[in-house]
Write a protein that binds this ligand. Structure first.
Ligand code: AMP
Length: 214
C-alpha cells in the first residue's frame, strides 16, 4: 500500500502516518525527519536545509525529490510506504509520478487530513518534540507520561524552532500557496480521500482505516 499524507503543518498527519505505518507494517517516510536527522549529524544536506527550515520556507525541490525517490526503492519499502511531508509542491508531485511510472508503481491513496487554519496555530504552539529520537507530543492532545520528558528516550522535550508562532504563520502561507494545489493534483489522479482532522486522533485514525481497509 503506497500512501501520501496531505494536510497543513500541524494537522496531525505525522501522528497518523506513524499509526498507519505501525498497523500496516510499512515504513513511515518523513522528509522533515530526514532533514532534521541530517541537521543533527551536521551533513551538507542538513546545513543547506536548515537555512530554509528555520525561516518556515520549503527546502528546494531538487534537494528533496532525489532523496525520496532513492528512499522508496530501499528493500523495506517494496511492499509500500507512507509518505509524510512529501510531496509539498507540484514539481515534487510530478517528480514522484515520473519516478513511479518508471518503476511501474503508483500511489494508492493520498489522504488529506483537513483542519482549518484557526485550529492550526493553537495546535502548533502546544507541540513538543524530542530532538534525540524524533518522537512528537502535544501538551493537550498527546501529552508525554511525564511533563517535558520524552517517553521513548527520557530526553527533555522542546518546542521546535519551526513550530514557534512566527514561523507557523509563515508555514501556513507557504502551505496554501505551494502545497494545497496538490489536493487538485491527486483528485485528478483519482486517489484523494479527505478526513476531518479536527476530531481526536483515534477518531481520525478510525476514518483512515475505514478508507484503507483492515
Ligand atoms: P515537517 O516536519 O514535515 O513539518 O517539515 C519541517 C520543515 O522541513 C518544513 O517546514 C520544510 O522547511 C522542510 N521540508 C519537509 N519536507 C519538505 C518537502 N517535501 N519539501 C520542501 N521542504 C520540506
Amino acid at each position: 500500500m503506497r500512501i501520501i499524507m496531505l494536510g497543513a503543518p500541524g494537522a496531525g498527519k505525522g501522528t497518523q502516518a506513524k499509526k498507519i505505518a505501525e498497523k500496516y507494517g510499512i515504513p513511515h517516510i518523513s522528509t522533515g525527519d530526514i532533514f532534521r536527522a541530517n541537521i543533527k549529524n551536521g551533513t551538507e544536506l542538513g546545513k543547506k536545509a536548515k537555512t530554509y527550515m528555520d525561516q518556515g520556507l520549503l527546502v528546494p525541490d531538487e534537494l528533496t525529490c532525489d532523496l525520496v525517490v532513492d528512499r522508496i526503492q530501499q528493500p523495506d519499502a517494496q511492499k509500500g510506504y507512507v509518505l509524510d511531508g512529501f510531496p509539498r509542491t507540484i514539481p515534487q508531485a510530478e517528480c514522484l509520478t515520473d519516478a513511479l511510472n518508471k518503476l511501474n508503481s503508483k500511489i494508492d491513496y493520498a489522504i488529506d487530513v483537513d483542519v482549518p487554519d484557526e485550529n492550526i496555530v493553537n495546535r502548533m504552539s502546544g507541540r513538543r518534540a524530542c530532538l534525540k529520537c524524533g518522537a512528537t507530543y502535544h501538551i493537550v492532545y498527546a501529552a508525554p507520561k511525564a511533563e517535558g520528558v520524552c517517553d521513548v528516550c527520557g530526553e527533555p522535550l522542546v518546542l521546535r524552532d519551526d513550530d514557534k508562532p512566527e514561523t507557523v504563520s509563515k508555514r501556513l502561507k507557504v502551505y496554501h500557496e505551494q502545497t494545497q494545489p496538490l489536493i487538485d493534483y491527486y483528485t485528478g489522479q483519482g486517489v484523494l480521500k479527505t478526513v476531518d482532522g479536527t476530531r481526536n486522533l483515534d477518531e481520525v485514525f478510525q476514518s483512515i482505516t475505514e478508507i484503507l481497509g483492515e
